[in-house]
Design a protein around this ligand. Sequence first.
Ligand SMILES: Nc1ncnc2c1ncn2[C@@H]1O[C@H](COP(=O)(O)OP(=O)(O)OP(=O)(O)O)[C@@H](O)[C@H]1O
Length: 224
Amino acid sequence: MLKAKNITKSYKNLQVLKGIDLEVKTGEVVSIVGASGAGKSTLLHILGTLDTPENGEVWIQNTNLFSLADDQLAKFRNQQIGFVFQFHNLLPEFTAFENISMPGLIAHQDPKKLEHRVKELMEMLNISHRAEHRPSEMSGGEQQRTAVARALVNDPKIVFADEPSGNLDSHNAEELHQLFFQLRERFNQTFVIVTHNEAFAQMADRTIEIKDGKIASQQAEVNS
Ligand SMILES: Nc1ncnc2c1ncn2[C@@H]1O[C@H](COP(=O)(O)OP(=O)(O)OP(=O)(O)O)[C@@H](O)[C@H]1O
């Protein structure tokens, strides 16, 4: 479902990515690991079209993302790609319900269907009781679960997460990790997750290690 071909990226004299080839299947949970500065976030941002590669292609199903015009790419990103960041990036003036709804409003989802979807996700992520709360009135775990719900509201083909549990205590982190797998079970959702959390990385179906700008190894989970 996701195919990246020969991705390269440099910042001035520093070549961060030196030719990355990657494929991810529908419903797969893939973790990306590597030392600090290895280029994990750079790769994730390129795969998610938040940044552009120097060379190479990224395909999601039959769409060659970087061949799209800017407005088409923005539409594709809104409707087909979800993001979860280390810091939730929720809008502080809006409630949890409104934050989760936002990508659906931008995508002009039918209001009734959107409301149903938001409620379904809030229930699943155990934040229904926080629907009318603003981010500052929620715990770190609740904020991050709200960000996950927001990423899923348009039923995207793929969700990219960059250190999603990096700012959480171990209990909330563990709960969030389990949630990704529950969401995969329920929606057959595809996830690509950058993480420094070793236990989480190993829970994934496949772990990709980035080293010196290349894929150093791809380790399938032993029981998968
Ligand atoms: N906008 C930028 N301008 C210049 N250099 C950058 C930029 N973004 C990233 N870099 C450099 O590219 C390299 C890779 O950065 P990246 O954030 O992708 O690493 P990472 O593997 O995600 O690291 P970490 O685990 O610490 O988050 C680093 O050396 C970083 O300093």
